[in-house]
Design a protein around this ligand. Structure first.
Ligand SMILES: NC(=O)c1ccc[n+]([C@@H]2O[C@H](COP(=O)([O-])OP(=O)(O)OC[C@H]3O[C@@H](n4cnc5c(N)ncnc54)[C@H](O)[C@@H]3O)[C@@H](O)[C@H]2O)c1
Length: 349
């Protein structure tokens, strides 16, 4: 049995020049951990099985982990995604191979919630257009009366999804004195109660929200859940914010609604196609604020995700179940239990 616990970092953690993509991801605790070896693997998308044969753990950025990425050696025991979205990982393939898939909810919760609040304040405060007219000198400045913002007190903030990020958004929005509504069929009712969130139907969410934010995972159930029909239910004064995943929103339908000014505006950190084509019509609209799937990217977000992944990997090394396991059934599988037992013997509790 190998006496080192080998950890692979997906190739996209390094830039083409070899420097770290995210220097705030501190690898020191991993590199200094007794018995651990760390190696960057070559960039490949999806990852190839032969790249991972000799590793116990993989820390994964954006590259896909597909069924053909599962190494045959049976050594790989944990895939730690850097972030909480895992639509790039084939969960069934992991479970079948006894590999735990781990995400980092603690790292992204606050940074993404801050992104939602940022977009809400920028949209309702008409920040982008006010910046633009100010730069135009006196002619622009004098048009400021045409760009009245929208106050938030008593207005309704809605969320599709009140998990890790959705709930944090409401926590952060408390001082704005808004009404809170959410639709989440799997919601923790205690959390909703604690935060003063009224749980409503999908239809009511779209009808009642003045600011509607999306915080659900992308799944067959949520793909295009924001479609023409539901956008049609929104108030003409309402704003839509999506920081979750692009394909949750039917972008063609949203673009049309924004072009026809059927809603007041949108704030999108994510798009159906990333990066978008240069001639994508959504890029031409001035009632949308866009970000390149990076509004939550801060030093603290990357440090937090990295620390959570390192912790998870070291837990597995020592034979303990890490936090943030997505495919919980794997924890009952014989292959996983045997692996943890072996790790415990190899590296102690
Ligand atoms: N923009 C970014 O950089 C960024 C960063 C992190 C996460 N995200 C995205 O944000 C999403 C949410 O993250 P999270 O940590 O809050 O996840 P989470 O799993 O904690 O919460 C998701 C919530 O959505 C609910 N949900 C699932 N299906 C639903 C449906 N059909 N209708 C209504 N609610 C439904 C779940 O019950 C859960 O409460 C992630 O899946 C990820 O795609 C984006």
């Amino acid at each position: 049995m190998a006496d080192t616990f080998r950890v692979a970092l997906s190739g996209d953690f390094r830039k083409v020049d070899g420097s770290l993509t995210f220097p705030d991801f501190d690898l020191t605790p991993l590199r200094q951990a007794p018995g651990v070896e760390v190696e960057f693997i070559e960039a490949a998308n999806p990852l190839r099985a032969e790249q991972l044969e000799d590793f116990d753990a993989l820390i994964l950025l954006i590259h896909r982990f597909a069924p053909e990425s599962v190494p045959k050696s049976g050594r790989l025991g944990v895939v730690a995604r850097f972030g909480v979205g895992y639509d790039t990982v084939d969960v069934d393939a992991c479970t079948k191979a006894g590999i735990a898939l781990v995400i980092t909810p603690d790292g992204v919760r606050r940074p993404v919630a801050v992104s939602i609040i940022t977009l809400m304040l920028a949209l309702t405060g008409k920040l982008m257009v006010k910046d633009k007219i100010t730069r135009q000198g006196p002619d622009g400045f004098n048009t400021r009366v045409d760009y009245m913002g929208v106050g938030l007190v008593g207005r309704t903030l809605g969320s599709l999804g009140i998990g890790n990020i959705g709930a944090e958004m409401f926590r952060m929005a408390k001082p704005f004195d808004m009404k809170f509504i959410a639709c989440d069929p799997y919601a923790d009712k205690e959390v909703a109660k604690e935060l003063g969130i009224e749980l409503v139907s999908l239809e009511d969410l779209f009808k009642r929200a003045d600011v509607l934010s999306i915080s659900v995972p992308l799944s067959p159930e949520t793909h295009h859940i924001v479609n023409a029909e539901r956008i049609g239910l929104m108030k003409p004064t309402a704003y839509l914010i999506n920081t979750a995943r692009g394909p949750i929103v039917d972008q063609k339908a949203l673009t049309k609604a924004l072009q026809e000014k059927r809603i007041a505006g949108a704030g999108l950190d994510v798009l159906e196609k990333e990066p978008p084509d240069a001639d994508d019509s959504i890029l031409k609209l001035d009632n949308v604020i866009l970000a390149p799937h990076a509004l939550c990217w801060t030093d603290q977000c990357f440090a937090g995700n990295g620390a959570a992944d390192v912790k998870a990997v070291l837990e597995v090394q020592h034979g303990r179940v890490p936090r943030g396991v997505v495919n919980r059934p794997v924890l009952d599988s014989e292959i996983w239990k045997k692996r943890l037992e072996e790790n415990r013997k190899r590296f102690g509790d």
